[in-house]
Design a protein around this ligand. Structure first.
Ligand SMILES: [Zn+2]
Ligand SMILES: [Zn+2]
Length: 126
């Protein structure tokens, strides 16, 4: 169960989302971390149910906080600032809700596209 993490493992908290401190991953294979479930709790009420139809929050692509420009303020601390604005918990660099919504919207589009393709194949008898 990757969700059961010892609480003393180093992590960073950026705009309410938790990441492994060493690699910056939400879902980190190296650390056996999966923080996606914890992080999803922060945003799932703000995402429409119909957006979740073809998108699994628990299986979503994991974010890497360092690839979003996070820099640790203190090597022992949990806070990060963004490289671009030098701001802790920057709402534009670390807007996880918008990023997840974007992923979910894309998943919806892909599903709709597949469905229309399938209808077309059905009509063509393939
Ligand atoms: Zn890690
Ligand atoms: Zn920023």
């Amino acid at each position: 169960m990757p969700n059961v993490n010892p609480p003393y493992e180093p992590m960073v908290v950026v705009n309410d989302f938790v990441f492994c401190a060493k690699h910056g991953d939400e879902y980190c294979l190296a650390c056996y971390y999966d923080h996606r479930f914890t992080n999803n709790v922060q945003i799932e009420d703000k995402i429409d149910d119909n957006l979740k139809e073809n998108y699994s929050m628990d299986e979503r692509p994991s974010f890497n906080v360092y690839s979003h420009g996070a820099i640790r303020i203190d090597p022992a601390g949990e806070s990060c600032k963004c490289r671009e604005h030098d701001k802790i918990d920057c709402e534009s660099c670390f807007n996880w809700l918008a990023l997840v919504k974007g992923q979910a919207t894309q998943a919806q589009r892909d599903a709709a596209w597949l469905e229309s393709k399938q209808k077309w194949y059905d009509k063509m008898g393939q």
